[in-house]
Design a protein around this ligand. Structure first.
Ligand SMILES: NC(=O)c1ccc[n+]([C@@H]2O[C@H](COP(=O)([O-])OP(=O)(O)OC[C@H]3O[C@@H](n4cnc5c(N)ncnc54)[C@H](O)[C@@H]3O)[C@@H](O)[C@H]2O)c1
Length: 272
């Protein structure tokens, strides 16, 4: 994988477990330069914990060129980030959107009882921000550039427990297809990586632990996927090797999505 001479923006690193960090590491190790954002710290947090968790990572990489706060729910923040990116980089070649959020109360209650405010919040952060960031990136994306977002199988099929976030991922995947159409004439591709369960902050909130066990037994590969595997495929989608791919939902889940029955898990249940 080659990223020499390529520059881009990485949205969604919270800590060293973040999928965005796994992808950014692959890009920087292949020669790419990245700008990063972090969730703004509260004014009364003198220790700037959000910033510190990310700067501890980016400080170690020469190719991490800047780190600035962004709340993706705020249009002014988004504009400021893309203005800064244009000042630092001129044009960019890739944009990674790895952002999602839903209120824990809404994730834990049955979908039928999702609150109106919780629905709006989850859709705004987890779906609309891809549209807003793509619009802000449009004037500064080089032809041949790529945008990628992160999704999960719960957007395709009902995965109990994933609830309102599953609805968001379905909308996100549709958004990818429409944005791929809009950005195509500019030579920019838009894709999503559908990852199997990974231990992260967001993953924990979405019930990743039970899923890890299920995938181990049901996925054709008989195991879970690693941060590095997701990182390499994310970098692939953002680099030249995927030049003919757009509007795609690419699964990195050990093949779990391809199963129509519990497979070897069923064998296990029957022998008990
Ligand atoms: N962990 C998994 O099992 C898994 C599987 C498939 C897809 N995903 C998706 O991957 C993406 C990244 O999640 P992760 O698992 O790396 O967890 P994570 O918690 O490390 O990343 C989520 C990121 O979203 C950011 N974010 C939330 N609200 C924001 C806002 N208003 N403005 C800006 N940023 C905001 C957080 O700061 C964080 O960096 C998400 O879209 C998630 O749904 C995760």
């Amino acid at each position: 994988m080659q990223f020499n001479g390529k520059k881009g923006l990485v949205l969604g690193v919270a800590n060293d477990h973040s999928i965005a960090w796994a992808i950014a590491k692959q890009i920087m190790e292949a020669g790419g330069e990245c700008g990063f954002t972090h969730l703004p710290d509260r004014e009364d947090d003198e220790r700037q914990r959000n910033r510190r968790r990310v700067s501890q990572l980016t400080d170690k990489y020469e190719n991490a060129k800047f780190l600035i706060p962004m709340d993706a729910q705020k249009d002014d923040d988004i504009q400021r980030v893309f203005d800064h990116t244009a000042e630092q980089f001129g044009k960019i070649d890739f944009l990674l959107h790895s952002i999602a959020f839903a209120d824990r109360n809404d994730l834990s209650r049955e979908t039928v009882f999702t609150s109106r405010d919780g629905f709006k919040l989850a859709m705004d952060v987890s779906v609309y921000t891809l549209i807003a960031c793509t619009a802000a990136a449009k004037p500064i994306m080089n032809p041949g550039g790529a945008i990628a977002t992160m999704t999960y199988f719960g957007g395709e099929k009902c995965v109990p427990g994933y609830n309102v976030m599953g609805i968001c991922k379905a909308a996100l995947e549709a958004t990818v297809r429409y944005l791929a159409y809009d950005m195509g004439p500019q030579g920019v591709r838009v894709n999503a990586l559908s990852a199997g369960p990974i231990r992260t902050l967001a993953g924990r909130a979405a019930g990743v632990e039970e899923m890890l066990t299920l995938y181990e037994h049901m996925a054709p590969l008989g195991r879970n996927v690693s941060h590095d595997e997701v990182g390499r495929t994310g970098a692939f989608l953002l680099g030249d090797n995927s030049e003919g791919i757009s509007g795609e939902i690419l699964h990195v889940d050990g093949g779990y999505h391809a199963m129509g029955s519990p497979g070897r898990l069923l064998d296990k249940l029957q022998t008990k």
